[in-house]
Design a protein around this ligand. Structure first.
Ligand SMILES: [Zn+2]
Length: 149
């Protein structure tokens, strides 16, 4: 299993842990492996106060978006630029590389920001959910908490 698959497996387990089985046919939460009403085990997930839906993806997205803080992609890219490129002095003024790129070519700055996020996600440092990116360590801390509950 890759690191990403491992993380996703933990997220899935956490999603099961914080939700209940829900039988749609009988329209009720079921505490057993089979519905006592209709004997079905084809359950939806029920998350108290949030909703009822098939699958765990929506529970995972809910967990991450409510319990973790997305990274600031623009700030991360700006820091990267400022670390690896020289400051520019014009007369008595000093400009940081990120300031210059953001000001003179906002499109390149946006594209660079996205590429940096994608690269970090590919390397397993960031996790994408609902279009936002989260530190994997942040998600792992949340999972530690849920798993030890
Ligand atoms: Zn049932």
């Amino acid at each position: 299993m890759t690191q990403l698959q491992q993380l996703h497996a933990r997220l899935e387990a956490a999603a099961f842990k914080i939700t209940d089985n829900f039988c749609y046919a009988c329209y009720k939460v079921v505490k057993a492996d089979h519905c006592p009403g209709c004997l079905s085990d084809d359950f939806m997930r029920h998350l108290a106060g949030v909703g009822v839906e098939y699958g765990t993806e929506w529970v995972i997205e809910h967990l991450i978006s409510t319990r973790c803080t997305p990274v600031d992609g623009e700030e991360m890219f700006a820091d990267l630029l400022d670390e690896c490129c020289e400051e520019i002095k014009i007369g008595c003024c000093t400009f940081s590389p990120s300031q210059i790129l953001k000001e003179l070519d906002p499109t390149a700055f946006r594209v660079g920001t996205q590429e940096n996020l994608d690269a970090l996600a590919e390397d397993g440092n960031l996790y994408e959910a609902r279009g936002d990116y989260y530190q994997v360590t942040d998600i792992e801390d949340m999972l530690d908490e849920i798993e030890s509950d």
